[in-house]
Design a protein around this ligand. Structure first.
Ligand SMILES: C[S@@+](CC[C@H](N)C(=O)[O-])C[C@H]1O[C@@H](n2cnc3c(N)ncnc32)[C@H](O)[C@@H]1O
Length: 459
């Protein structure tokens, strides 16, 4: 690979006699990894080999998964770089954790955190870029978590709502992406000598917002997929100088992982508690990870919320009597805990969501998914969402219908499926190999297709 000349000079100086190995690593293929999803029923019953677990993760394995497989479509597996999958392992998760993933698209880390939360607490997954936020929605919905809100906001806007709120904040920052050179040849074309410094300015702004949203005792996990000291050790050195209540925590180093280098910044010895995953020393594409805990016990008073009368407010209202009746009719086939109390149901523009009544008010923010999408009200009927199907275990819906792999392929392609035995008409949770993958509606031995149009694919 042709690396930018300034890059070669810079890392030649920083790495000395190790730099040849570093440069050579860009010509080696990336080794593949994937994670399984403990939110699913029988998460290990998949076609992929689980013989090679990734030792520094709870759910990671070496190997390649196909984006067109049943396991991928139904959210049982998620393909992820071997170094990227160590980041979320450093987020502390407890039963009622409030967690923010501030720079979340396409969703590698959000899906990992959500899959480890066991549907407890709250994950707010945010992405500033709208088209990337749509991809985030697709990826997060597939894993079937019930405790995720997906937003499309700038970090500064989030501060108005979430000041001092989160126990854990993940900042997987936009960066100069040097760890992407191997995968994406284009990544070298927008790299320049000054690029890391420009990225560092943006990272500081993002972290300043993150700090405002951190609860006393809470932690920030900061990561990049780049090697530049300006965006790694120097950012952490700046952060602890700027916010003295933050203390750098030790990130555990497994085989092939190196300590962050104090000499790459201001010499603060605590920087060696951070971790560097170099591509010539480790099997992934490369990452930097730091964890900092907020040792203050002061809770700043909330800023009063400014009301902007000209701003278009989304319509947020609870259910009409008719909507409530239609939902209850459908929910009879759900297990009792999933019938949801009215106070945990919200309707936005005809779409029904599960939104726990104790979650904060997000009506002034741009949201992509205000909670778990349950379905949509259409002229005097309720149509359950694909998202709900993926959030269910087979035993949680009374009406199921099992498909063969061929029938599954027909359905995800967008076609109807004929059935040969007597099955009562109505909504069915469709299963293949025991895995819920969509809702379908049986009408006189035909399963009408409700697979989302934008997600259809052929084998
Ligand atoms: C490294 S990527 C995140 C990858 C993601 N965490 C994952 O694991 O799939 C960084 C993200 O930050 C977003 N971003 C860019 N500028 C930002 C800003 N000023 N504030 C917050 N996020 C920003 C980018 O759109 C991008 O999606």
């Amino acid at each position: 690979m042709k690396l930018p000349q300034d890059f070669v000079v810079k890392y030649g100086q920083l790495l000395g006699d190790k730099s040849d190995d570093f440069f050579a690593s860009f010509d080696q293929p990336s080794e593949k990894g994937f994670r399984i999803n403990p939110l699913k029923d029988n998460p290990k019953k998949i076609q992929y080999s689980l013989k090679k677990p990734v030792e520094y993760t709870r759910t990671g394995y070496y190997g390649n998964v196909s984006g067109k497989s049943l396991e991928h479509q139904s959210g049982y597996v998620y393909s992820q770089d071997l170094s990227a999958m160590y980041v979320a392992e450093n987020v502390t998760i407890s039963a009622d954790s409030k967690i923010l993933d501030l720079c979340a698209a396409p969703g590698g880390k959000s899906t990992q955190v959500a899959s480890l939360m066991n549907n407890n607490g709250l994950l707010v997954s945010n992405e500033i870029n709208h088209s990337r936020a749509k991809i985030l929605v697709e990826n997060v919905e597939r894993i079937g978590a019930r405790n995720v809100i997906i937003l499309n906001e700038s970090p500064a806007k989030l501060e108005n709502v979430f000041k001092g709120y989160f126990d854990q904040i993940l900042v997987d920052a936009p960066c100069s992406g040097e760890g992407m050179f191997r995968k994406d040849n284009n990544a070298t074309s927008y790299w320049s000598k000054d690029y890391p410094q420009q990225c560092a300015l943006r990272q500081k702004e993002i972290l300043a917002s993150a700090y405002q949203m951190l609860a006393p005792g809470g932690s920030i996990v900061y990561s990049t997929c780049t090697f530049s000291p300006e965006e790694d050790e120097q950012i952490i050195a700046w952060l602890v100088e700027q916010y003295p209540t933050l203390q750098i925590q030790l990130v555990k180093k497994y085989q092939g992982m190196d300590a962050g280098q104090p000499g790459f910044a201001n010499g603060n010895p605590n920087l060696s508690k951070t971790v560097r995953l170099w591509p010539h020393r480790f099997r992934g594409d490369g990452h930097f990870i730091a964890k900092l805990t907020n040792l203050t016990d002061e809770v700043e008073t909330k800023k009063p919320k400014k009301k902007n009368k000209n701003k278009r407010q989304r319509q947020t209202k609870n259910l009409t009597d008719e909507q409530s009746k239609l939902w209850k009719e459908f929910a009879r086939d759900l297990t009792s805990e999933l019938r949801f109390n009215d106070r945990d149901l919200r309707c936005y523009g005809g779409h029904l969501y599960f939104y726990h009544h104790e979650w904060p008010d997000i009506s002034q923010l741009k949201f992509m998914r205000p909670g778990l999408l349950l379905g949509e009200f259409k002229k005097k009927r309720f149509e359950p969402a694909y998202t709900l199907a993926l959030a269910l275990q087979p035993q949680e819906f009374a009406q199921t219908l099992s498909f063969s792999k061929t029938e599954w392929a027909t359905y995800v392609h967008g076609d109807t499926v004929q059935i040969h035995n007597e099955v009562p008409n109505g909504w069915k949770l469709l299963l293949c190999d025991g895995k819920p993958f969509a809702f379908g509606k049986v009408v006189n031995k035909t399963v009408k297709n409700f697979f989302p149009k934008g997600l259809r694919f052929s084998q």
